[in-house]
Design a protein around this ligand. Structure first.
Ligand SMILES: C[S@@+](CC[C@H](N)C(=O)[O-])C[C@H]1O[C@@H](n2cnc3c(N)ncnc32)[C@H](O)[C@@H]1O
Length: 169
């Protein structure tokens, strides 16, 4: 539970908190829902990140570790990935999936809360997470990402959104 919720205060809902059956079979469901296209799409997005062997990467809302496992292929021994996610079910899957990779670790944390990272990552990656937050929380997430990045680092957002074209100017 969020610290503010424990105090009885209202917390803006994230629409991407995943639990139960969906969390447990997230990768499989995604494969089915995308008609098998998810893997190729993520590989292409990650290839575009220009990951260097010694990069430090922060994966915000990392889920099962599927994407971290794709990114780690670009890293050498000096590179590292930290995955952040709020879900205990995702933590379990992430740690199982990434157990062979000593340079990948997981922290169970809300990405909109203040994070303990300052000028330490070359890349921050966030996929299919940003759209689920209201603007107020997106700003906090983006600020956390920029705080975590070294000067010249890159923030990659891979996502979708729904737009009301009639309301666009
Ligand atoms: C739609 S999934 C995307 C997972 C992964 N990034 C991917 O591309 O497959 C959204 C993820 O964000 C996590 N999440 C939702 N709200 C969060 C929050 N406030 N802080 C950290 N993680 C959160 C969920 O647990 C879930 O793993």
């Amino acid at each position: 539970m969020h610290k503010l919720e424990e105090k009885g205060m209202n917390v803006p809902e994230s629409k991407v908190e995943i639990s139960g059956f969906v969390a447990r079979f997230y990768d499989q469901l995604l494969r089915i829902a995308s008609f098998g296209k998810y893997n190729g799409m993520m590989k292409a997005a990650i290839a575009d990140m220009d990951i260097q062997p010694d990069d430090a990467i922060l994966d915000m809302g990392c889920g099962t570790g599927y994407n971290s496992c794709l990114m780690v292929k670009y890293l050498g021994n000096d590179g590292k990935i930290i995955g952040l996610d709020i879900s205990k079910k995702m933590k379990k899957q992430f740690e199982k999936k990434c157990q062979e990779c000593p340079n990948i670790s997981f922290i169970q944390k809300r990405i909109e809360d203040p994070l303990p990272f300052h000028d330490e990552f070359d890349k921050v990656f966030i996929s299919f997470v940003f759209h689920g937050f209201p603007n107020s929380e997106r700003k906090k997430i983006a600020q956390n990402a920029f705080n975590a990045l070294k000067s010249g680092g890159r923030f990659t957002i891979f996502d979708f959104n729904e737009f009301n074209l009639d309301a666009q100017s």
